[in-house]
Design a protein around this ligand. Structure first.
Ligand SMILES: Nc1nc2c(c(=O)[nH]1)N[C@H]1C(S)=C(S)[C@@H](COP(=O)(O)O)O[C@H]1N2
Ligand SMILES: [Mo]
Length: 554
């Protein structure tokens, strides 16, 4: 199980240069947005002077009705949140650079990205696959780092997202079960005006007299905490869900709450910038407004200047850093364990919500993407080349395994049996999407013809092509997913015979799954009782080698 992440086959692609290239209108817009509150503050300061602030009366704890100090649950919750956010950000960055481009359109058309994290401008006249385009980060930044695979990064991201969400629910729940909500929720309009006055002070380098955060936050502080908890956090969660193929192809409106699947991905990234934009001033203020006392507030729940809060707090941050080192090491050494742990924990969540979602969403002809990213390597075997030389006239799809009636079908046979057309959105695990028309035979028709045995649970799709690290590309569907209405063996794309690059003669479409399940260049289909008997037994070439999930619906 031990594998060396530095070996060549894992440093894929070899060229993994990173850079940040943002289109200038966006750079200008973001800069203006960031500078506007500063410029407005200076203007006000020069024209009207410093605004007055509400005074912070000396608080007498005996007669104080609002929350006093920070109870243990809140302090623990704050630390758990910090720990999980570190994992989320590090794994999230690894996922981001697996398709290092962000768009505001569903199609991911070449050149339409508003920001890219790669120096590479994709050539328009030669094949450039999404896998070639992927990047990976240094382990100082990314989790796991080095290995290009998005599989492990997603495992960390989803595991931490799962606990982060639970932690967030507990936080908000207890906030309202106690009187702690009074610290955060704005109760009158005056607080917005006061927050602005505080901003004028900060932006012009005037530190106002701070209230003691043990009893009360300053207005700007309160609003920014409120914005993070009740604004950015839910947006992060929802835009994360809006990238799921099962959810998007079940509820069309959902990703369009954010403008579509790629907008959701862009907003998910902007939310990260939002957190960082909060974190930097937050930590700065904690340090400059009385570091020792502030640390005691959040570490021990006490209100004094004893250095113990600093010592224990900084040690806890050290522990988080140590865990990051451990997480990278564990990811390289025992990726299979991670895959199995995430199957159990994330599998539980998926069983509750997404596993039974059947795709229904279809698009119109005018929605078809002008460009569709390709993935995978064209088959190199003679068998496929010979078939291709003859336009696949001699191609016979072999359907075998635990079935009553094994069959072989030519493309013409399939077309005569049944032809279904669908225009659907494809979701690649790397992050890109695209809309295309697919024409082919519903898999259900073939299942009816071959009559699988009662104990068949899994359908295997064998390809003429090879995986990234060599060996037959294959994948599996559960018999349940194989019978969906939109599960199709496609021999047409965009109203023409399936092009070679996109999987000729035959490819799978399973719209509630991620792209890697949709085997191209299909050679044969096998019915088995369990995925364990095929390949390394994890349900597909990518599941075997890249630790991808077997049920790929988020
Ligand atoms: N045989 C084979 N099928 C494959 C792959 C591959 O590498 N080999 N890549 C998968 C992945 S990761 C995706 S996203 C889709 C891409 O399909 P496209 O090339 O039509 O965009 O094909 C899937 N099917
Ligand atoms: Mo993919």
């Amino acid at each position: 199980m031990a594998e060396n992440p530095r070996t060549d086959s894992f440093l894929n692609p070899k060229d993994h240069r990173i850079g940040i290239y943002i289109k200038w209108p966006y750079l200008v817009a973001f800069t203006l947005l960031a500078l506007a509150p500063v410029a407005m503050a200076w203007t006000q300061y020069f024209t009207m002077g410093l605004p007055s602030l509400p005074d912070s009366p000396k608080i007498n704890p005996e007669s104080f009705n609002d929350p006093i100090g920070f109870p243990a649950w809140l302090r623990i919750n704050h630390f758990v949140n910090f720990f999980l956010m570190v994992l989320l950000v590090r794994s999230g960055l690894s996922i981001l650079v697996d398709h290092p481009r962000l768009y505001w359109n569903d199609h991911c058309t070449l050149g339409s990205e508003w920001i890219r994290f790669t120096p590479i401008v994709v050539p328009k006249d030669s094949v450039w696959t999404a896998k070639q385009d992927s990047r990976y980060l240094s382990p100082w930044i990314g989790l796991p780092g080095f290995r290009h695979t998005v599989g492990i990064a997603r495992i960390w991201h989803f595991l931490s997202a799962f606990f982060w969400f639970a932690n967030g629910l507990i936080f908000v729940g207890l906030l309202f079960c106690t009187n702690q909500w009074k610290r955060l929720v704005p109760m009158d309009f005056q607080i917005f005006l006061d927050a602005w006055s505080v901003q004028v002070h900060y932006a012009t380098f005037h530190l106002p007299v701070e209230p003691n955060g043990f009893y009360k936050y300053n207005p700007l502080q309160q609003l920014s905490y409120f914005g993070v908890v009740f604004g950015i956090a839910p947006v992060t969660f929802l835009t994360g869900l809006a990238m799921s193929p099962a959810i998007d192809n079940r509820f069309k409106w959902f990703p369009y709450l954010f403008g579509g699947r790629q907008c959701a991905r862009s907003i998910h990234f902007l939310a990260l910038l939002g957190y960082l934009g909060f974190l930097v001033p937050h930590v700065t203020m904690v340090i400059i407004t009385g570091f020792a006392q502030n640390m005691n507030h959040i570490v021990f729940g006490t209100d004094d200047t004893n250095p113990m809060g600093m010592i224990v707090g900084l040690s806890a941050i050290g522990l988080v850093a140590a865990f990051c080192v451990f997480a990278n090491w564990f990811s390289w050494k025992y990726p299979r364990w991670l895959q199995l742990v995430s199957r159990t924990i994330i599998g539980f969540f998926k069983r509750l919500f997404v596993n039974k979602m059947e795709s229904v969403v279809q698009y119109k002809k005018e929605n078809i993407s002008p460009y569709f990213w390709p993935n995978g390597n064209l088959p190199t075997c003679d068998e496929w080349k010979n078939l291709s030389a003859n336009n696949f006239k001699d191609y016979r799809l072999k359907v075998f395994g635990l079935v009553e009636n094994p069959i072989e079908l030519s493309l013409d046979d399939m077309e005569k049996i049944a032809k279904q057309d669908q225009i659907t959105m494809h979701h690649c695990i790397q992050g890109w999407s695209g809309i295309a028309h697919w024409g082919g035979i519903p898999l259900q028709k073939i299942i009816e013809m071959v009559k699988p045995h009662k104990d068949v649970k899994t359908v295997v799709f064998h390809s003429y092509g090879e995986g990234l690290h060599g060996g037959e590309y294959y994948d599996t569907l559960t018999i349940y997913n194989a019978q969906h209405q939109l599960t199709l063996l496609a021999f047409e794309m965009n109203y023409e015979r399936l092009p070679l690059l996109y999987g000729a003669p035959l490819r799978l479409r399973a719209e509630n799954q991620l792209g890697f399940k949709m085997v191209k260049w299909i050679k044969s289909i096998e019915f088995v009782t369990s995925e364990k008997s095929v390949g390394k037994g994890f349900g597909g070439k990518n599941e075997d080698d890249e630790y991808y999930p077997m049920l790929a619906n988020i």
